[in-house]
Write a protein that binds this ligand. Sequence first.
Ligand code: HEM
Ligand SMILES: [Cu+2]
Length: 573
Amino acid sequence: MMSETGHAEPTSFFRRYIFSTDHKVIGKQYLFLGMVMALLGGLMAYVMRWQLAWPGSQVPGAALLSEPAVVDGVVTPPFYNALVTMHGTIMVFFVAMPILLGAFGNYLVPLMIGARDMAFPRLNMLSFWILFTASSVMMISFFVPGGAAAGGWTAYPPLSARPLLSGVNWGMNLWILGLALEFSAFLLGGVNLLTTVVTMRAPGMTMWRLPMMVWMQLTAAIIFMLSVGPTIAGAILLLLDRVVGTGFFVPQQGGDPLLWQHLFWFFGHPEVYVILLPGIGVLAEVLPAFSRKPIFAYKMILYSIFVAGVLSFLVWAHHMFVSGMNPTLVMPFSVATILISVPFTIVIFALIATLWGGSIQLPTAMLYALGTLTMFIIGGITGIFNGSAPVDIYIHDTYFVVAHFHYTLFPTVLLGGLAGFYFWFPKMFGRMLNETLGKIHFWLTLISFNAVFLPMFALGIGGHVRRIYDPSTYDLLKPLHGITTFVTIATVCLLLSQIPFLINIVVSLTRGERAAANPWRANTLEWSTASPPPHENFVGDPVVMRGPYEYSVPGADQDWLPQMQDADTATTR
Ligand code: HEM
Ligand SMILES: [Cu+2]
């Protein structure tokens, strides 16, 4: 039978690998783009950290950069501001979203629901190429006169609204353009994903039989689409302020900078859940598979996520406690923020309970999943400090905040992303990754990650504010300088720790053991087809018999029951 999206396998190189409409190729394109951008974002962090530890000294490698960004190998203050801004922007919009939503969403969702492709394959291709254009616009902005945007990833006006104030003109305009393109790419992607999950599930794949990853992608897409509107409106106003001379955000012209903060954070807070949910999706697939147990409280996790999703729209002003907003509103926002920890705690406990009493196996994918879970708990708990208004007044805009959000984002994006990468790599590329290199990579990454970000809590409490170019100019930071240097050395270690990973990819892609269809003995549909899956995914038409987490079912003769085991058209191994 031809599927709704049925299309013959393309034969030309361009249609196959560049302008492909196959969700699997597009998923890999997103993955590759996200990894390249992660490398660039990581290098930017390295340059920043070097300047902070040894202010005014030459940054090794920076001679490759040209004036006026770098003078004699030393980073200039305007370039430092651009680095902070672009590192944050790139990591959130061009690493986290492409990998967690773009790559995992595109690659896994059609396979997991038993579809042959996304609902709109050409639109899917368009989304990727719009995102590619957006990334190029962002990177090109470094090379225009005045350099890249330098007002922070939050682009607060009036700094961002008036070229005169920051010295950045075209860089900021291109930042807005790049972000607009990025939003378009993920709005189109979200519509595509939603339609796919709603209309293209295989027979028997009821909503309550969906793998958790699909639910998380679906919820993330909905949260993104519902929250991004006000920020798009805000970005248009900001562009008008910049190029037409309106004053929506400029006090001298009767505008209000706080308006931007509201429009930005109404999206900015839900956005972190857009990133977090696919990370939870990875955990929800990996933890059951390697503890050989059903996920604990499937529906309860989902209800908690829905509650957290709704609450995420009601907490945005916790980023603005010290902005001069109406003090009457501070407490409701503070309480709502702390309330969100309730549903998330339920999710975390359900994931831990999934492990409880299981036959735990520890391949690299599982190590990364456990690393994600434990590190995210630190991020979550420190968020309660920030959310509590009286505490936040002291730690706002310090390295405590930087430590907190890296403890939430780094685990979900990089540790969670790597858990997913090690788990689905055999499916995507048909080869097994090397486990020894994988474990070395894991331990080095986990230890150096903590060495980078744990001391930042102390720096923040000690008064180290964020987004500063030269800590040595502040007397109060002098006693802390040893910690600052330590953090920078750890950053270099963290970056070097990725070398075994890159070696692993190259070695495994060329010489790795060939992957069986179902190397982890997992249940979801993607494991019932070949590794890598054929064009249009399944040989026959998949029919789903049961839920996704039937591991160690009493009385069954094997400890896993694939979702489509009884369909005679498919193999289970
Ligand atoms: C290689 C690991 C990383 C290191 C060493 C690192 C380091 C830094 C540093 C030094 C800053 C500037 C802090 C400041 O002065 O305010 C920063 C900001 C930031 N980072 Fe990272 N980071 C890393 C990974 C990530 C990841 C994975 C994400 C998100 C997915 C991320 C998101 C951000 C954001 C949103 C900002 C705020 C930018 C701003 O203030 O406008 N970082 N990071
Ligand atoms: Cu928030």
